[in-house]
Design a protein around this ligand. Sequence first.
Ligand SMILES: [Ca+2]
Ligand SMILES: [Ca+2]
Length: 106
Amino acid sequence: MATAIADPLARKYQRVFKHLDADGNGYIEQSDFASFVDRLAKEYKLPKTDQKVHAITAAFDAIDTFAALDTDGDGGLSCQECVKGCRQYFNSNSLDEPGSWFFGRF
Ligand SMILES: [Ca+2]
Ligand SMILES: [Ca+2]
């Protein structure tokens, strides 16, 4: 008898996905990244001219970052691609994994 065991990390990464999918259409697009940066800046009361805001924006605006994470090339990050990217970002030591670029070039 096989029993499905819930993966707590996958559930956490799915919450990250839902948080980043600002318009709730089931995909993270470049506009969702921009919205995330705006919300982050507001949360930390940083002006849009702050260097940290510029650095995050530049990282998210990088075409290669988004393209690396969009592994099926459909123009949006699905929940599955997001979860895979988070796993790679936090668990992989290889910069060749697309998820290594999830949060840009930090
Ligand atoms: Ca979206
Ligand atoms: Ca995709």
